[in-house]
Design a protein around this ligand. Sequence first.
Ligand SMILES: [Fe+2]
Length: 192
Amino acid sequence: MQAAATDVLDRFIEEAVARSRNQPAPADCVLALAPLMLDLLGRAETFLEPRHYRSTPAGYTRNLIYALPDKSLSLYSLVWLPGQWTPIHDHGSWGVVGVLEGILEERSYVRLSHDREADRDIELVRGGVVLLARGAVTTFVPNPDHIHVTGVPADRPRAVSLHLYGRMMTSFNIYDVEARSRRRIEVAHNES
Ligand SMILES: [Fe+2]
């Protein structure tokens, strides 16, 4: 059982590394990785352990499942209790997200101001919403940044999702719509 569990995760990482290195353009990279994540969702129970489902009432919880030694790829499980949301944020990386349990809600923002590098005078407007049910896969690419809020409303049950990124997701920009600004913050995760 343990050998099989390791095999599933090892094969996924091996294939994800190969596909991401073969596709340097982020849009091509997520195109190549999305079916891999879809397949992984169906096998995730074979390698996920109780530590990957850790959660806290303080906020949504990020559990690291795997990181490449050179930090060019990382896989996390995120656990969202009812009423837990991210701040408005971007990623600075491509990303591939798959939903294992519950319904993950994504509320988009669109940046109207043209200077993508600026931290001030940012004009953001609210965009659409996507409800990602169990088995769904979604992706994003940087430049322009994918800006959104993700979480679970208080009246829905817990959600659990897998997140594959092209870097360690240890920091990202958060946005203040009223102040028209953004700033970079460090974000925590459970190592093991
Ligand atoms: Fe995000």
